[in-house]
Design a protein around this ligand. Sequence first.
Ligand code: ADP
Ligand code: MG
Length: 646
Amino acid sequence: MTGSVPLLQLNDVCRYYTNSEVEVRALDKVSLSVDKGEFIAIMGQSGSGKSTLMNILGCLDKPTSGDYLINGQPVAELDADCLSALRLKTFGFVFQRYQLLSDYSAQENVAMPAIYSGMSKNERLNKANELLGRLGLAERGLHKPTELSGGQQQRVSVARALINGAEVILADEPTGALDSASGEQLLDLLKQLNQEGVTIILITHDPEVAEHADRLIQVKDGIILSDSKTFDAGLESQSESATAKITALPGIGTFESVIMAFTSLHANWFRTLLTLLGIIIGVASVVTMMAIGEGGKQDVLKRIETIGTNLVLIRPGGANIRRSGDNASLTLDDAEAIAELEGAAFTAPERSTRTTMRYGQYDFNGRIKGTNSDYKGAKDWEMSKGVFFSEADIENYAPVVVIGATVAEQLFPNGEEPVGKYVWMKSAFYQIIGVLQAKGASAGGHDMDDEVLIPITTGIMKAFGRDYLHSIVVKVESTDKVQATIERIKAKLIERHGKEDFMIHSTDSLVEAVTETQDTLTWLLASVAGISLFVGGIGVMNIMLVNVSERRREIGLRIATGAKPGDILKQFNIEAWVVCILGGVIGVAFGFIASLIIQLFEISVSFTLMPPVVAFITSLLVGLIFGYAPAHKAAKLNPIDALAED
Ligand code: ADP
Ligand code: MG
C-alpha cells in the first residue's frame, strides 16, 4: 500500500463572508484530516465557525480558498450533480431542529432521500421501516412528526441520514433541542453507529456531549485552537472507496415527480383548487366562445345555403345610374342571351307586382312574380303537388299559376285540392297547376313560401303593363365557375347595351363576406377568453412562487439530502404542469357543458375539434412558461440559508 488517503481532508481552507463591506472570516486557514471510522466532536462558542466548517465538509458550501479533498479527490473539480451525489451517498445530515417534513409520516421522511438514489417505493419504505425498527421507533412509522417527541423526531432524522448508506454523519448540535435523557439516548445511538463503521462528526458547545467523542477539535474565530488526535489512522482505516470515482446519479423518475406533485397539491388542496379555477375558467371560456362563434357562422351559412351558394343576380342600374325598380335596361332578350352563355345552368327572368288573389271567399295579398321554367331549377324548388310551368306555357302565354305552401294554406284552409282550381287576380282567371314544397323562413326571416308564380310572358301581357325585368337570376353550374360566368354575363350585357347599366351580385361573395366577419368575431371572442387564460397562467405562477417560498425548508432539505438542482426543477415544473393539465381537462369538459347549456337558450353552438385542442395546448404552454420561473427559483435555492430559517 502506498500511503493511505484520508477520507476527508481540508488544506488551508478559508471561508469569508462579505456583508456590507465588512469581511467576516468564518474560517481562516483551517487544515484538518478525517479518517474513516472517527468520532469527532467540534466544539466552540457560537459564531466560531462550526456550522460553516460542517457545511463545507458536507459539500453544501464551498471554500473561498484552500482545497477540500474527499478520498483524495478535489471537490472543487466536481460539478453540481456530482456534489449532489456526494451529499446523497457519502454524507448524512442531522440538524438541530430535525427538519422533518410535516406532511409526511416518519416512514416517508426517512425514505425521502432514497427517492433521489433511485430506490423503488417498496424498497424505500421497507428500508425505512427496518431503520426505524433498529432505532427503537418500529411502532412510530406511520406517525406524523407532530405526533412524536423531540427525541423521537431526532432519531427519525438519524434514520433519514442513514437510508442511502452514509459513510459520514454530520450532526450540527443534534442534542441542542433535546432534554438530557433524550440527548443521552441519541449520543448512545451515534456511538453505536460509529462502532458499526460510520464516521461521525458532531458539533456542540456542550463539553459533556463532546466527551462522548474520541477526538475533540476546538474552534475559535474560524481557527482551530486544539485537536486531540488520538485515533490511529492505520491501514485498515483507509476508505474502501478510496479509488472510486465520484459520479452523478441519474435524475429522479417522472412518475416519482408526478406522485410528489400530487402529494403536495393534495396537501394544499384549497390553494390548488383556486389555481385550478383560473385555468378551468380560461380554458372553458375559450371552448365556449369558439363554439358560439362557430355556431353563429354555421347558422348564417346554412341560411345562405337554402338560397343557394352559386346564384348570380343581375339587376338593372349601375354606379352612375339612378337605382329604381323600373330602370328600363334588362329585357327578356337579355335573359335569353345570358341563358346561352357557358356556365349558366338555369336562367330565370323576374318581374313582380303586388296583387290580391281570390278563391271563393278567401284572399291572399302578396306579390305575383313572372318568370320562366328555369326558375324551379335556379331556386331549387321541388313540387309538392302538380307541375311547374313548361316552356310551352311560356311560349303560349298560358294563364297558369304555381303557388307556394303558405298561399295554398290561405286560399284552401279546409284542405281542398288546389291543383286545377281557378283563382282570380289582375282581372283574369288563372288555373293553379302546381304547389311548391314548403321551405320555411329565409335569412331575413321572410316567409319563402308566399310565392305566386306565373309565366313571364303572361305577366308582361296581362299583369305588369311593362316589359322590363326587375332582375335575372342565374344558377351557375358549380361554385368554382361563378366568377368566370359573371365575367361572361358582364361582357355579354355590355356588348348588348353598350354600357354598364346593370349590377351583378353573387351569393358566393356573400358567403365569403359572412365567413370573414364571423371568423373575426370568433377570434375576437376567443382572444377575450385567451386573456382570461393568460390571467389564469399568472395565477399559476403566483401560486407556484408562494409555494416555493413556503417550502424553502423542504427544498433546502431535499437538496441537502442529495436532490440535484435538476430534480428540484423537475418536481416544481411537474407540479405546475399537473395543475395546468388537470385544469385543461376539466376546463374543456366545463366548456362543453356550458355550450350545451347555452344551446338550451336557442343560441347556436357548433363544436369543432380545434378549440378544445387549442385551449388544452395553450394551458399546457401556460404551465410550461409560468411554471418555469418558480421552479427555477426553487432549483437555485441555497440550502444553507433555507435550513437556517425558522
Ligand atoms: P457557529 O456555527 O459556530 O455558531 P457559524 O459558522 O454559523 O458559527 O458562523 C461563523 C461566522 O460567520 C459568524 O460570525 C457568522 O456571523 C458568520 N456567518 C455565517 N453565515 C453567514 C452568512 N451567510 N453571511 C454572513 N456571515 C455569516
Ligand atoms: Mg452553528
